[in-house]
Structures are given as C-alpha cells and as structure tokens.
Design a protein around this ligand. Structure first.
Ligand SMILES: *Cc1c(COP(=O)(O)O)cnc(C)c1O
Length: 233
C-alpha cells in the first residue's frame, strides 16, 4: 500500500472512533481531503482509496488539477480566501465554497453560477477566534449575512466554516468549536424547515477528533493524509 493509502485508512479509522465516542453515526462526518500543494497524481492515489471530496485553496493551482483530473468523479470544494475579481471560475468549477465571508462574494458567486448547474453549496466563514488578520465575518455578523445570502438564487447556504486559532490545551481548542456549534443552532432557530443549515465545516489534522465531538459534519484534513506540504504560498 502507498503511504497515501495508509494515511487515508488511518484517518478514516480516527474519524470512525471519534464518531463512535461522540455517539454519532460515521456517515454524519464527511472527510474532505485538503489537497493544496499536492500533485494531481497524489489526488489520483487518494481517489483510488475511495476518496471523492477534495478541498483546494489556490485558484490557479486548483483549476489546473480540475482539468487534469476531469476523468474522475470528484466533488471539488474551494476553501481558500476569495478575491472578488476571481469569483467566476470558482462559481463555474466547484461544487462547494467554504470561505464566503461577505455578501458581495456570495452575490457574485450566485450571479456567475449557471442556473443549468445544481446550486453552488456554500458555507459562511466565521472568524470565531476574533483574530484581526483573519478572514471570516464576526459571529454577531453571521445572521445578517445569512439572511442576505438566503435570498440568492443559484447558491444553497449549507452552514458555517471556521479555522480557529491554534491553542495549546484541549480546553482552549474546544471552546471555539463549541461556540460554532451553538452559533449554528441559534441561526437554525429562525430558519424554516427547508432553510435549515446542516453543515459545520471545522476540524483539521490537529483537532479533528475534538471537532467531531463538537458536531463537525465536514472535517478538512491535509497533512495527516498527504504529509507535510510541498511548498508554502
Ligand atoms: C490547509 C487547510 C486545512 C488542512 O490543514 P491540515 O492541518 O494540513 O490538516 C484545512 N482547512 C483550511 C481552510 C486550510 O487552508
């Protein structure tokens, strides 16, 4: 077995036991393989283990891979920062966007998504640790952004995403994840049945198990699957 295949087996086992510990079904947690900086051949190896959902951060790099891997049935997730003049290729080529943090971006994605395609699934990115330098809207801004975004025709708001600040203790790691779960429940109280948000995109290689205990439905895992990244952008 290749080391990528071994890593996928290991991470899937970790997800399985974290879900069991949290008394959740394994099917309620989706593994998103974060493949930024990885070569298309590595994604192909991952696909051969059964992986279908891949997350990318850098637009040009991801478009190149989407082209090279177009023979595979991959669900593509955009998880990186979005410049407003770069929304069109994202709207046209991806199935999910996790990093929507302002209305202008949501509006452009909706305008540029073809009505002939299924609606683009989006998550609102929340700056849950309130870091000055970080993307995401503040938790208290989420409701307004959500209400505006729900009006748009060609996107479907699925839930919330966060990249919490790294922390030294388990208790500190857990706090922002708990807050995300509470924010999602609060927002859902004012939504109709068909609008309910079903997605919490949180948890990475280092905090995957805690995130699953705190209700993550998509964990975004890179290093634990592919090893240390090839380069930094
Ligand atoms: C790189 C990245 C990840 C994966 O992080 P790892 O620590 O390598 O698992 C998850 N989410 C986002 C938004 C990322 O940019």
């Amino acid at each position: 077995m290749s080391s990528i295949a071994e890593n996928f087996t290991l991470v899937r086992q970790q997800i399985h036991s974290a879900a069991a510990d949290a008394q959740r079904s394994e099917a309620s947690v989706q593994l998103l393989a974060v493949s930024k900086t990885r070569h298309a051949d590595e994604l192909r190896q991952a696909w051969q283990t059964g992986q279908r959902a891949f997350g990318e951060n850098y637009l040009q790099e991801s478009l190149d891979k989407i082209e090279v891997l177009k023979d595979l049935d991959i669900e593509w997730h955009f998880i990186g920062p979005i410049q407003s003049n770069k929304t069109r290729p994202i709207a046209e080529n991806f199935d999910w966007v996790h990093s929507v943090d302002r209305f202008k971006i949501a509006q452009r994605l909706s305008d540029q998504r073809s009505p002939a395609q299924p609606p683009l699934n989006i998550c609102l990115q929340i700056n849950i640790s309130r870091e000055d330098s970080k993307a995401g809207c503040l938790p208290e801004e989420a409701e307004e952004l959500l209400n505006q975004t729900l009006q748009l025709p060609n996107i479907r708001v699925r839930g919330l995403m966060a990249i919490p600040k790294s922390a030294d203790t388990e208790a500190e790691q857990r706090k922002p994840l708990t807050e995300m779960n509470q924010l999602l429940s609060n927002l859902n109280k004012s939504l109709t049945d068909t609008q309910q948000l079903d997605t919490l995109s949180m948890g990475m290689s280092g905090d995957m198990a805690i995130a699953i205990q705190e209700g993550a439905t998509i964990v975004r895992v890179g290093t634990a699957l592919f090893g240390p990244r090839n380069y930094k952008q």
